[in-house]
Unconditional design. Structure first.
Length: 761
């Protein structure tokens, strides 16, 4: 499969390469002919600037290392050259490229702009330019063209969390290379967490002696509550940090460190327990999620944090320093006599005011050192610190509010830019934290909103994609989750808003698979996943419709568990797949050699007397709707570890009336529920069924007390025998578990009730 994909893109005619640029440039005009490099080709640095010569030398070395050519670096040339120069008439980040039959000329408004031109030039070449080994079976060719380009936003970032799982220095550098390839300019490095402290601080050695190691890690999904029993940890020395910062700077990427406070601090408290309100003892957190143990706002705590930040600022020249500020539980502050006295003494009002006080003190310290504070949008709570920049992650509301207050904003909404979410069917994807974030949704995000005036939009600095690593323990999986979705973030951050076109983008993404393979990137092929929709009419079964981004696709399928092969039925896009009785369906894309590729699509449909029937749901779904208007009777069953396939009710009971369309003999009613305590989803306490022939007069049946399925996380079914009763309407009520019990991470908070599917036989 891997070889087939490589050949698919390496054999693409060079004239198509111009269409495969990511991010898409402001303007591209195709010329006539091409510039073909040969043994006479030279690389021309048209200035004495070391910055320009360094960029030109990078190209010369890349050509020499990947081909049989060894071009000379010269100061002047008349033909058969690739030139690099500065044009001060351009904006600093802007560039132009001109290619004709004799030359290629790159000009940037600054060294940075010229570097972006260089990255575009590499994409114009055949994929082999990215190879790590020399290949002698091809000649480099550039299509004749004229390009003008400049970024839409000044901030184009990507965040990597190493607090949960640390990544090797070699991968961090590879990650930076890939960010540079797609014109990102900010690497946000999330270095401290409840689950691990990852940066050496010489004044406080226990932070890495103790805080960098946890006794074990979670395995499987959080809801499974299982652990591996193995110590885990590690940290970056200050020399390694300096090495990475310098390497990123050579790619025109700024590294923003994040040192979390006042929450997400349990690893630091395990190292220095006197910084917590209770004094401990604490241990580095082994559970994913948020710890209640946070910094206590003692003067000694501020001294500690200022000392830490002083060492951090010596390592990172970044104007921005990220201090987190998110997900800070207030429980220990509420119970602390010191905190309550501080709230009264300083007139802070409440614990939210105390958080604002905490952030403001750190903001003042960073400002006094010539730096700028970034925090997640929770720093809005209790009042925004004067010089703070807000990184909006809980949707876009925090960013909108900050912009209205004339504060700089970086848009990073979890619903679009949390790249640790699933990007396809969880049945065929590696384990992820949850969610549903396919490439198309990432690409659809637009940072500007009509809720802001033109003046307020000026405070939107740019965008950022985030990779949290609770479920990502290796570089290979990190790459799988990042690519190609990070390309969509890149294009939104760089390209003009009016130029965005998803179908065109998908075509270009597929054109980049060969380039990513050359760079040994373990990218996801999830864009080839088959998407499905189910339609049905009462008494006529179901129709399964399949869709894909692939042009002129060939899809074969089987009804049942057998994998589709070359002899399986062809899918007809006009008629879909008719399903008259419950069955599993498996389908796959097939190439021109009649061989399957991509993930196998698998779904199970149930057909019964309720299938396709309508119902009135009096309790309204909260956030989770099952993906369709009649999700509870569409034949598709809720999937374990994919919350989006269920209908979710937060704190509410299930209350609905199902209309079977006519008086029907009912022998049994089956309803599926999910039990996943780690995700705050609890099995209902009880279930009651009522039947009616006219929809007004109902007969109630005894309340069923439900038994919770075995296991930390399970999808269970509850069945009620009605022994042939005749009715048209079914009223179904399921009692929500209520408040989460003592000992639960969310004790006292309302439980979720997840339901799907309703069957009537």
């Amino acid at each position: 499969m891997r070889l087939r994909v490589v050949l698919l893109f390496l054999l693409t005619p060079f004239v198509l390469f111009a269409q495969n640029l990511i991010p898409k440039p402001v303007s591209f005009e195709k010329g006539e002919g091409a510039f073909r490099l040969n043994s006479s080709t030279v690389v021309w640095a048209e200035t004495a600037s070391e910055e320009v010569k360094t960029i030109a030398e990078s190209l010369r070395l890349r050509i020499a290392s990947t081909t049989h050519l060894n071009p000379e670096l010269v100061k002047v040339a008349r033909r058969n050259f690739i030139s690099f120069s500065i044009n001060t008439d351009l904006a600093a980040d802007a560039y132009t490229i001109h290619v004709d039959n004799e030359k290629a000329e790159l000009k940037g408004g600054s060294g940075r702009g010229l570097f972006y031109a260089y990255q575009t030039l590499l994409q114009l070449f055949q994929d082999q330019i990215y190879n790590s080994e020399a290949s002698y079976g091809f000649r480099l060719t550039l299509p004749a063209c004229d390009i003008f380009d400049q970024p839409r936003f000044g901030y184009r970032g990507s965040m990597l969390d190493v607090g949960r799982h640390i990544m090797p220095v070699s991968f961090i550098k590879k990650y930076i290379d890939l960010l540079a390839m797609y014109k990102f300019n900010q690497f946000h490095w999330h270095l401290t967490e409840d689950q691990g402290w990852r940066i050496e601080i010489k004044k406080y050695p226990k932070l890495t002696e103790v805080g960098a190691y946890r006794k074990e890690s979670m395995v499987g999904h959080y809801s499974d509550q299982k652990f591996d029993g193995k110590q885990y940890g590690g940290f970056y020395t200050q020399e390694e940090v300096k090495e990475i910062v310098a390497y990123a700077a050579s790619k025109y990427i700024n590294v923003i460190p994040e040192i979390e406070m006042p929450g997400h601090a349990q690893a630091a408290l395990a190292s220095y327990p006197e910084l917590g309100c209770t004094g401990g003892p604490y241990e580095v957190r082994t559970l994913w999620g948020v710890s209640e143990n946070v910094y206590c706002p003692y003067e000694t705590t501020f001294t500690f944090l200022q000392d830490v930040l002083t060492e951090v600022m010596e390592l990172f020249p970044s104007e921005y320093i990220h201090i987190g500020g998110d997900e800070c539980p207030k429980d220990t502050w509420e119970d602390s006599e010191f905190c309550q006295n501080l709230i009264k003494t300083e007139g802070l009002g409440d614990e939210h005011g105390l958080q604002s006080y905490f952030i403001s003190r750190i903001d003042s310290f960073l400002t006094s050192r010539g730096r700028r504070l970034i925090g997640w949008d929770e720093i809005l709570e209790g009042g925004l610190s004067p010089n703070a920049t807000v990184m909006s992650w809980r949707g876009t509301e925090g960013g909108i509010e900050a912009a209205r207050q004339n504060h700089d904003v970086i848009m990073s909404p979890n619903s679009y830019y949390y790249l640790d979410y699933y990007q396809g069917d969880p049945a065929t994807e590696p384990l992820a934290i949850g969610g549903n974030l396919p490439l198309e949704k990432v690409y659809s995000y637009e940072p500007f909103t009509d809720e802001l005036t033109d003046e307020q939009k000026e405070y939107i600095l740019g965008v950022q994609g985030n990779l949290w690593t609770e479920y990502i323990s290796t570089p290979e999986k990190a790459e799988y989750m990042l690519f190609p979705r990070l390309l969509a973030v890149a294009e939104t951050g760089w390209s003009p808003q009016g130029e965005k076109d998803y179908e065109n983008f998908v075509s270009r993404v597929q054109g980049h698979f060969g380039k990513l393979l050359m760079r040994n990137v373990n990218f996801s092929r999830s864009i080839w996943n088959l998407e499905s929709e189910v339609t049905g009419n009462p008494g006529q079964g179901l129709t399964l419709w399949l869709n894909t981004v692939v042009e002129n696709p060939v899809i074969r399928y089987n009804l049942g568990e057998e994998l589709p092969d070359a002899n399986s039925p062809l899918y007809d896009f006009e008629t879909g797949i008719k399903i008259e009785k419950g069955t599993m369906i498996r389908a796959a894309l097939f190439d021109k050699d009649n061989k399957p590729y991509g993930n196998v699509f698998t779904t199970t449909l149930k057909v019964n007397k309720a299938t396709g029937k309508t119902y009135e749901l009096r309790s309204k779904p909260t956030r989770y709707t099952g993906g369709s208007t009649y999700a509870l009777t569409d034949g598709k069953v809720g999937i374990l570890n994919n919350n989006n396939t269920w209908v979710g009710l937060n704190g509410d009971d299930l209350d609905l009336t199902l209309d079977l369309g006519e008086i029907t003999e009912i022998n049994e009613v089956i309803i599926g529920f999910l039990h996943a305590p780690g995700s705050w989803i609890m099995y209902p306490k009880s279930l009651q069924i009522s039947t009616s022939e006219d929809g007004e007069n109902f007969k109630d049946y005894p309340v069923y007390d439900l038994t919770v399925p075995e296991g930390a996380s399970a999808a269970g079914q509850s069945m009620m025998n009605l022994n042939g009763v005749k009715a048209r309407y079914l009223k179904i009520k399921a009692e929500n578990y209520g408040s989460l019990p003592e000992g639960h991470a969310g004790a006292g908070k309302p439980a979720w009730l997840f339901v799907d599917e309703i069957e009537v036989n």
